[in-house]
Structure formats: structure tokens, C-alpha cells
Ligand binder design. Sequence first.
Ligand SMILES: [Fe+2]
Ligand SMILES: [Fe+2]
Length: 373
Amino acid sequence: MSSTEDLIGRAEVNDLESILAITNIDAEATVRSVADHADAIFTWDYEKGARPALNKLYEKAKTSQWNGETDLPWDTEVDQEAVVMNNAAANSTGLDDGMDVAGTPFEKFSDADWIRVGVESQNWTLSQFMHGEQGALLCTAKIVETVPWIDAKYYAATQVMDEARHVEVFAKYLDTKLSGHYPINAHLGLLLDDIVADSRWDMTYLGMQIMVEGLALAAFGFIHQLTTEPLLKQLLRYVMSDEARHVAFGVLSLKEYYGELSGPELKERQEFAFEAAVRMRDRFLQQEVWERMGMRPKDVIPLVMQSPQRQLFQQMLFTKIVPNCKKLGLLDANDKWLRRRFEELGVIQFEDLADTGEEYEMFALAQGDQRSA
Ligand SMILES: [Fe+2]
Ligand SMILES: [Fe+2]
């Protein structure tokens, strides 16, 4: 496991060789154990309503549960190759994502090769979503134990159920509609390890609710818009309605707490947020897909990164994270430390988009969206 200092001290955060040197070394193992270093906190203050915004969120969560087994159209047939072609046609990207392939290792790629990349990419993406959801499941269970406020324990308990359902539906989609799993991406794995291992209760929130879930909400939204596959579209719509609440939970809880922290304490949070941002950016390089295609990631990733679609996606991932960090006061504390880092990552332009404190109302499922409700 590597620490924040490793990344911050790294001279070149954009050095592809060092990014690709991080690989999953226990991909064959069935379990992974991480010490969570946290005290379980009881509170004897049961007074409900001290935090009205959290209470409102809790009430909303109680009436927004859905059933992954019965509410989604699992009888939909999914032809992965057809989905790749339909998506390329619907989004006018071409199978090669609009890349200029002359003189590159892709020069001799046939349509069939590109379709295989698309199919593997579906398998990879959904696998990482599933692993990330399990990270959320574990982190929210930890928050139930470690957060000192009763309203937050109540809310977090509803999120544990939400995340179980998310893992369940992504696993079912992979098993019954796609054609193979990928182990957890090493960058995502390191990030989840770091979040789980931190003893401070707010770091679980910052890492999971603000960074990982903020990114997930943006990524799900992007794919929801782009995909022509109706089952996945609906599955993502359902998951997003929950995720918007989860990010709001993070923003509402930390806003209160971060108002009380000192400069040096905030600096630790800024560094943690930056490290998480870099790891998440790196995970989306999909290095494992290129390995499975028999290509050297080092040769092809710089080319893939130039495709307009890919650049748009990389940036889109930060549309929730940056405004939420701003709302928490993390951008400008300590002489704008995190603002400078986000400038370097090329994502600061999202700072004034809507934060996710209230946005969950917009994502809520309409009455009648649910099949069996
Ligand atoms: Fe989730
Ligand atoms: Fe979530």
C-alpha cells in the first residue's frame, strides 16, 4: 500500500510508466483483509432532529427502496456486440472512437477487433463498478460504527442496504448479460484500502461519499446517457437515484464538521482528496483491457487518451467532485492548495457547477418508475 506522501512527492503525477507500474498483485485471491483501525462509537444522545437536513434524507431513503430482483427488466436480451455497434452509431463516434490510427498499433485493427475492445471494455467497466460498490458497502457499514451522531448512524444504515442492492445488481448484470469478470483495478483497490484503513471517521466520508461516489454518480450519468442497452440504462437510473442521496449525505455531514477544523487538519483532508482524485483518474485507463487484448498498455494508452470521447469522459468524472470540495471549503484552504492541484489535473473549471447537497431530489425516481412498488 502506498501513502499520500508517495503521490504528492512524486515528481511527475502524469508519468505513465509509474502509473502502469501499479498492478493488482493478488488478483487470484478470493478475500482481501484490511485493518480498519477504528473505534466503534456509541452515542447516548438519541435526540432525533438535531440535524434536519440529515433527517430529511433519512426519511427520503426509507421510502425510496427498490428491489433489484423484481424492479428491473431482467428478461431483456443483451447482445454485447450489437450494443457496441449501436452505441457507436448512436453517439456518432465510430468503433475507433474517432481516433487517428495511421501509423499506430491500431492501424491493422479490423471492425471485429474494435468490437472485441468494446465488449471487453463493457466487462471491465461493470466489474469495476461492482467492486467499487462493495467498497461503498463496507465503508458505510464502518460509518454506522464510527460517526458520533445518531442521525448520521440512522441514515448510514439505509445506505448499507442501498449498497448491498447495488453490488447485487451489478453482479447479476455481469453474470447473466456480459461475458467475463475483471479483478479489481489496482488504483481503485489502493484507494479503497486507504479509505478503509484510515482511523478518522470523516475520512471514510471524504474518500467514499465525496470522492468515489461523486465520481460514480458522474460516470453512471455519462454511461446512462451514452448506452443504447435498455436494461443497463434502467439499472443505472435506479442506482443513480440512490447515489445522489449518498453524495448529499457526505456533503451535509462534512460541511458541519469541516467548519470546525484547523488549517493543518484541513490540509490533511486536501491531500487525501487529491490522492483519491489521481487514483481515480488512473483507474480509468483500463490497462487490464489492453493486456487482455494482447497489447502493451504503455504503447496504446497515450493514443487512446487522445480520443475526444475519452478526454470528455476523463473530465466529466470530476463534475461532481470539484463543486462538492468547494462547498466543503477544501479548494481554497491553505493558500488554495487543492485549487492548484485541480488546476494541474485540468478539472478546476467545474468548481461552479451545482453541488450535490440538494441535487438528490432531482434524481429521485418518479412514482410509477418502480415495477412492483
Ligand atoms: Fe452504490
Ligand atoms: Fe453509494
